[in-house]
Structure formats: structure tokens, C-alpha cells
Design a protein around this ligand. Structure first.
Ligand code: FE2
Ligand code: FE2
Length: 153
């Protein structure tokens, strides 16, 4: 899928929108965690699908726009932000590979045993926790550094 990145919007506007999106994703993650706790794996996966495309688009925008400003004007302080951006790899991997694998396995009756269900529930839980930590790290480290770097243009 090809995403059109908006390079015209100012960095402060873009960061406000990304923050707003974190709030919306956070609400979806709460629902996912709740379905998962209720052992409703099908519903949890459905909710993950619903947010999947917007999350990938959001990540691509962060890498294309925020990191560009940081690498231009705050390269010497960029190490933590680069590490945080690399977390996008597991997010995308989970959405594009782990979820389809889980869905394929669910078609096989043998894979619906309790042990497998528990493993899937743990994976979904880990996804929700890691993603919400990722949002906090961006808000504490990446966004402030981008704003600072943007003022130096
Ligand atoms: Fe991100
Ligand atoms: Fe983000």
C-alpha cells in the first residue's frame, strides 16, 4: 500500500494530530484489551483489523516527517528517537504476519485448544501494552525533540 505523506502541514500541527490519533488508538486498545480479557479473541482481532491501516499510516508519517526534521537539526540527540521509531517494525510485523497467522490457525480445530488460545491472548495483550508504551515514549521523547528541532530551521 502506498501512503501519501502530507509535507505541507506544519510540524506543530502535525504533532497535535498525531497526539489526537494516539488518544483514539488508546480507546481502541482499551476495547481490544477488554475483548481479550473476556476471551473474545474474534472480537479482539476484528478491532485490531479496524485500527490496522490507520496505525501503519500514522507510523509512516512519523518516520517520514518527524525523523526528517530530527536528523536534519538534532542528529546528535537522535539516538532514543531512532530506537523508538524502530519499534514500528514489530508493530507492522504483528499486524501483517502474527495476526494473519493466528487467523489461519483458528480455522484448524486442533489449534483452538486452551493452550493455544492462552498463547494468542498473551500475544494480543503484549501488543496492546507495547503499543501504548510506544505512544507514551513518542510523546515524552520524539515529539518534544521534533518541536525543538523544527524551531531551528
Ligand atoms: Fe509511532
Ligand atoms: Fe505515534
Amino acid at each position: 500500500m502506498v501512503y501519501k505523506i502530507n509535507f505541507n502541514k506544519s510540524i506543530p500541527d502535525m504533532i497535535s494530530r498525531l497526539k489526537q490519533e494516539h488518544i483514539e488508538f488508546g480507546l481502541s486498545l482499551n476495547n481490544i484489551t477488554r475483548y481479550n480479557k473476556e476471551s473474545n479473541i474474534t472480537k479482539a482481532i476484528e478491532a485490531i483489523h479496524e485500527m490496522s491501516e490507520s496505525i501503519i499510516k500514522h507510523a509512516v508519517e512519523e518516520e517520514a516527517r518527524l525523523m526528517r526534521v530530527i536528523m536534519h537539526n538534532a542528529k546528535e540527540e537522535s539516538a532514543d528517537s531512532i530506537k523508538i521509531m524502530q519499534e514500528h517494525n514489530w508493530v507492522v510485523n504483528f499486524l501483517k504476519h502474527t495476526i494473519p497467522d493466528i487467523e489461519n490457525n483458528f480455522y484448524q480445530q486442533s489449534k483452538q485448544d486452551m493452550q493455544y488460545r492462552q498463547k494468542v491472548q498473551n500475544e494480543i495483550n503484549e501488543f496492546a501494552t507495547k503499543l501504548s508504551n510506544h505512544f507514551s515514549e513518542e510523546e515524552q521523547i520524539v515529539f518534544p525533540l521534533t518541536l525543538k528541532a523544527d524551531m531551528q530551521i
